[in-house]
Every structure is written in C-alpha cells, then in structure tokens.
Design a protein. Structure first.
Ligand code: ZN
Length: 329
C-alpha cells in the first residue's frame, strides 16, 4: 500500500491567525524531524495566497519581512530535503490584509467560485507560480482550501495549461454547509482513486485528471466526547501547537457530539489515534492507497507521538510516497 502523509501548510483563518512561528515553522520542524528519522517523504499543500501576501507586505512592515524570511527559508529547507510542495488555494487572501498588528482575514469570499472566471484564472496562475519560483518545481497536485471544490469547468483549462493533473480534495461522503464553507462529496465514487475529466466526483476512464481522495472515516459521537474530555484533562499533551483561532463553524461541534459523522482521515491532534486502526483496515481490504490529511498548526505532543509510532509500526508493510512520484513512473 502507498501512504500519502499530507499537510496543509497555513495559518488560522479566524479572528486571530496565530503566528507563523507557532502555526507553521515550529510544528513543521517537528514533522521534518520525524520524517528524517524514518527516512520518509511528506507532502505539503502550501497556502500560496499567504506566500503572495507575505511578499507584498514584507516591503511595508519589518514584522512581515521577518515572517516572510522564516517561512520562505523553511520552504527551501523542505525542498532540499526532497519533500513535496503542492498547490493549496485559499482565495480569501485576495481580500485579506496586514494591519501592522497582524493579519486581518476577510473570508466573505472563501471559495474560488465566488470570484469571476478571469479572476479565478489569475489566482490559480499566480498562486502556482510563486511555489514554482520558490521550489524550482511546478506543483502538479491541487487541494482546494476548506474542501470547497471549485466547479471544475472553471479551473480545468488553467490546470491543464500548468500541468496540474492530480486533485486530492475529496473525501468519501464528506459534506458541510456552514456559512461560506460548502462542499458535498456524497456522490463521490467509493474507491481510493479514479480518473476524471469534467467533475472530480464522476469517474471518466479516459479523463486527464486523477483524483486521489483523502481517506474517509465514520466516527461515533463517543470519539468526539473522548477528544473534548481528554483535551480538557491533559492540556499539555493535547493542546495544538498553533496559537490562532479557526474560522467559526458553530453548528459542527454539536452535530459530531450527537450523531455519527464522516470525516477526513487526519493526523491532527486526537485524530492521530486513528492512524493505526485505519491503516490495518485498509491493508486487510488490499487498498492501493491511503491519504492522510494534517495541518502543522493542529499538531500536539500527542499527535506527533502517535505519528512517530504509526510510521515505525507500518513502514515495513507500506511505502510513504509523494505526489511527484506519480510523474516519475
Ligand atoms: Zn487549508
């Protein structure tokens, strides 16, 4: 089995974005140390709108110039160590800005389809090119910000032009409708990969694009009670390293505490306890791939320990791979 460990490399998007040092650089250093220890590669979906914002405001604010320095240096380090850096688009950076005292996130336009067709094309092209410039390697895989998959006809031509042919956004039965965060993967094929052309949720055997969905898990309310209670009882073990606040999603917490829910298989926080059992399930089923999502900002002592143990225990029965390995076949 091939395992993709993927991390969305980004700040928080709520009322407080948190600092680059604690949300991104420090936790990523910890992840890199684990990867190095085991001799494996990781995949980072880099929030490239953020990189453009760093570039823009570094000219005006010394604090941003410093932030840019530590983030860009880390990206060079990731590149030198051979990890993948792929395209992650959060278009609300177009409307967000630096106040002199931190990032002011404006998420009124959180999804790509809230922008005009030409604007979408411009966003994709400029976000793609800053990663290419920094890493010397053009991204070939995409993950939509907040799982908000754009209507594919609005992005398809631009992706083809840029050579982006893999999407890794979908997770089986995923669904959310909370303010501007809207996605519905209930019609996604029940498979661990498929080709598509017009719609990532519809298989097309001669499609240009490959969907490598994030693995999906069905979780009971008990799992979330455990998550919240343990988090309260042992803060130093379970609190996330990131120092920001997520976008408000008022309905989600009550829903997961009272009924079964379908979630993306994650290595963040308490979710990392799912890695081993979910791997075993997939190995037994003879799946070809498992895709795990994570965020540096949401790592905790607990999750890093679980990830380390997970890799130790499975590395003889799987390969940890990068999206770019698909091109070197
Ligand atoms: Zn994201």
């Amino acid at each position: 089995m091939k395992v993709y460990l993927t991390f969305d490399y980004e700040l928080f998007f709520g009322v407080n974005s948190g600092t680059a040092a604690q949300c991104i650089v420090e936790p990523t250093d910890r992840l890199l140390a684990i990867a190095e220890k085991h001799g494996i590669f990781l995949n980072f979906f880099v929030d490239s709108g953020y990189l453009l914002a760093l570039d823009k405001y570094a000219k005006r604010y010394p604090s941003v110039a410093y932030e840019k320095k530590i983030v860009f240096n880390q990206l060079k380090q990731l590149k030198d160590a051979g990890h993948d850096m792929q395209l992650h688009i959060h278009p609300h950076w177009e409307d967000s800005f630096y106040t002199g005292n931190g990032w002011k996130m404006n998420t009124d336009r959180y999804r790509l389809d809230q922008f005009s067709d030409e604007y979408i094309q411009q966003i994709i092209t400029s976000y793609h090119s800053i990663i290419t410039e920094l890493t010397g390697k053009a991204p070939m895989a995409f993950r939509a910000g907040g799982w908000c998959m754009p209507p594919w006809n609005k992005v398809s031509d631009t992706f083809k032009k840029l050579g982006v042919w893999v999407d890794s956004t979908v997770y089986e039965k995923g669904f959310l409708n909370e303010g501007n965060i809207q996605f519905d993967f209930s019609k996604a094929p029940q498979a661990d990969q498929w080709l598509f052309e017009r719609d990532p949720l519809q298989e097309d055997p001669i499609g240009y694009f490959l969907e490598l969905p994030i693995s999906s898990v069905r979780l009971s309310p008990l799992f979330f009670w455990n998550l919240y209670v343990r988090g309260r009882l042992n803060r130093s073990l379970h609190s996330s390293m990131g120092d920001g606040v997520p976008m408000a999603q008022p309905g989600v917490r009550n829903k997961v505490l009272t009924s079964y829910s379908q979630q993306a298989l994650s290595c963040d926080g308490y979710y990392a306890s799912l890695l081993k059992p979910e791997f075993q399930k997939r190995l037994k089923r003879q799946d070809d791939t498992m895709v795990v999502i994570g965020h540096p900002k949401a790592q905790s002592k607990f999750s890093l320990q679980m990830l380390d143990e997970f890799i130790s225990s499975v590395k003889d029965s799987c390969t940890f791979v990068r999206y770019s390995d698909l091109q070197q076949g």
